[in-house]
Design a protein around this ligand. Structure first.
Ligand code: NDP
Ligand code: 8X3
Length: 261
């Protein structure tokens, strides 16, 4: 049976909470006394995080939901199966996402294109498709989408990843127009280099190659982005911080990164 929660408490849903930015956002929101629906594919990690948060913050209720955002039926079934008290989501953080390989289009495996497009674009759309009507019904809500500097610029060997993050930016801006009359804010957070599992996933487990991405500079860490999510989410009702680009100090653009030995 699904645990119950107090409807007077604030509730957020964070996708991709098993690692990196999503896990940091979950910890930040729990510390700010929010209840949480946490999603990802790795059930063991979700359960461990839920246990950690409920131990550290005894007033917080957290619910793990294991599903793959690429699986439309599983996504809809998992979210629509939430009891009414867990549907009262005030904040949706669409964070689940990934890059696969760093290759020119003419060499990249089409399966990598499918995985990125299905996760980063359609996964975000699927989750939003279910949660947005609940927010509209309540006449308020806030959606924060994880874009990227790769949604504002492009780089060689990143065509499809960049395309997915440009799409996230376009979807964010269009949803902001669609949902403004309903009192729902839709914001974008676009980080530069953040050291998480992102590069290990991109390079399919090659940790050495992943570590090299951050060599010679101090990258952002997941907590830096969790702080930004919290800043955006905690403004007064009449203030809408709509778009934040956050870079490590050593990164001026996609192509200009100052590395020191
Ligand atoms: P991580 O690899 O550390 O975390 C990614 C999260 O997404 C994991 O929790 C993973 O969970 C989840 N996820 C991936 N695919 C799926 C799926 N098909 N279904 C459900 N969940 C999924 O990376 P980050 O924390 O760095 O990335 C988070 C977001 O931030 C992404 O959207 C990324 O594009 C964006 N971003 C990252 C930057 C960086 O430099 N790290 C910079 C700019 C943006 P699980 O594997 O358990 O399913
Ligand atoms: C992730 C940052 O530089 O790998 O969005 O594209 S980058």
């Amino acid at each position: 049976m699904m645990k119950t929660r107090d409807l007077a408490r604030k509730l957020a849903l964070v996708t991709g909470a098993t690692a990196g930015i999503g896990a940091a956002v979950a910890r930040k929101l729990a510390a700010e006394n929010w209840d949480l629906v946490l999603t990802g594919r790795r059930a063991d990690r979700l359960n461990t995080l839920v246990q950690e948060l409920e131990d550290r913050f005894p007033q917080v209720k957290a619910l793990p939901l294991t599903f793959d955002v690429c699986d439309e039926a599983a996504t809809f079934t998992a979210l629509e199966g939430l009891n009414e008290d867990w549907q009262a989501i005030e904040l949706l953080v669409n964070n689940a996402g990934l890059s696969q390989s760093l290759e020119p289009v003419h060499r990249q495996d089409p399966a990598d294109w499918d995985r990125m497009i299905d996760t980063n674009i359609k996964g975000l759309l699927r989750v939003s498709r279910v949660v947005t009507p609940w927010m509209r019904h309540r006449g308020k809500g806030h959606i924060i989408n994880l874009g990227s500097i790769a949604g504002k610029e492009v780089y060689a060997n990143g065509a499809v990843y960049c395309a997915t993050k440009h799409a996230v930016e376009a979807i964010t801006r269009a949803m902001r127009l669609e949902l403004n009359p309903d009192g729902i804010k839709v914001g974008l957070i676009a980080p530069g280099l953040v050291e998480t599992e992102f590069s290990v996933v991109r390079f399919k487990g090659d940790r050495e190659r992943a570590a090299a991405v951050y060599q010679g500079l101090e990258p952002l860490v997941a907590d830096d982005i969790a702080d930004a999510v919290w800043y955006m989410a905690s403004r007064p009702a009449h203030v809408h911080v709509a778009d934040m680009l956050i870079l490590p100090s050593a990164q001026a653009s996609m192509g200009q990164i100052t590395r020191r030995p």
